[in-house]
Write a protein that binds this ligand. Sequence first.
Ligand SMILES: [Zn+2]
Length: 373
Amino acid sequence: MIARYKRREFIKATCLTGLGLIGSNLLAVNDPKQNNKEAGNNIIIDKVHTKLEDGNIHSTPYLRMDSGTDGPSLLLIAAQHGNEVQGVEVARRFKEFCAGNLVAGNVWIIPMADLRAVRSRKYTVESTPEKRFTETNLNRSWPGDGSGHDNQRIANSLNREIVRHCTHVVDIHCWEHYRAAETLSESNNEQAAVMAGVTTTRFISYGVFPENQNTNITIRRYMSATGRAAVTIELAGQYQMREDQVLIGLSSMINIAKQLGMIAGEPEILKDERAVRTKETSYEITAPCPGIFMPANRSDSNETLSPDDYVVKGQQLGHIIGEENLKAVPVFAPVSGYLWHLGLCHWNLCDTMLSAQHPYADKGDTLAVVIKT
Ligand SMILES: [Zn+2]
């Protein structure tokens, strides 16, 4: 709640509430027959073309904005997975913000990177409700291969036309709704850590990339392997658009652009402590018996707790209605901290198949994870 309130204040302070008023001409998509590189306000809207395995041409739309002054080349890439769509709206608002505020460098935006998967309304074109992850994952296809599978071909042409020009990348994904938004960074990439340090997700984690694989990797790892900087932002919730998540994405993008000197002003970072997710700070709460899990209400309202909420040690997080004796068995927060995960997500597919979000827990199933702060 605190974090959300502050994000709203941040948006107010940066006058973003009136975004719809900025440059309505910017919303007009260029007629493809025209030379769209002549677009006004230094915004180019164009497409990257890729020849697919079947010989058809696939076109990925993007836009680029140039301040006219030297500086970083920042890429926002979203929807590399077709069911992770909240970054598309972040991209739209960031574009409008930059149109009036970019003072150095240039911004590239690919809002729907795997447009084929977006059109098919799935994680990848080949995904099914029971099998989300497939070999043809765009974000395991970098830096691409012009004669590989379709997403390797698309990565190859996006790299040739866009990514190779970029010094910094923000890759926006969405994970399942039972988790809170998180920034994924690296402990061995200083430039990336600088970007990650100003994002506005409550949660952050730092990984280390192994060095022995340089093909069919994520865009973040590809940037790192080529001496550049990238962070991933996982917003919360697939197959949906949520204002609170879009604001996290937008305020993070603006902060990064400020941090890189591309927009005037200082980043507005979260006032309260950030929850750094590590093995040591993660406290898992599991089902004490089989039954139906009901989350508890927030202490200050009749709404149920949700990911991102702060809880104190001993606070009730919910209860299991046991199938043996139909009694409610409460579960409590073992430490004070922020809820990173709340609720059931069977087989990691709770935003893909309905039975995966069923609130029936087997004994030992994870009900919640609190990150100690
Ligand atoms: Zn993803």
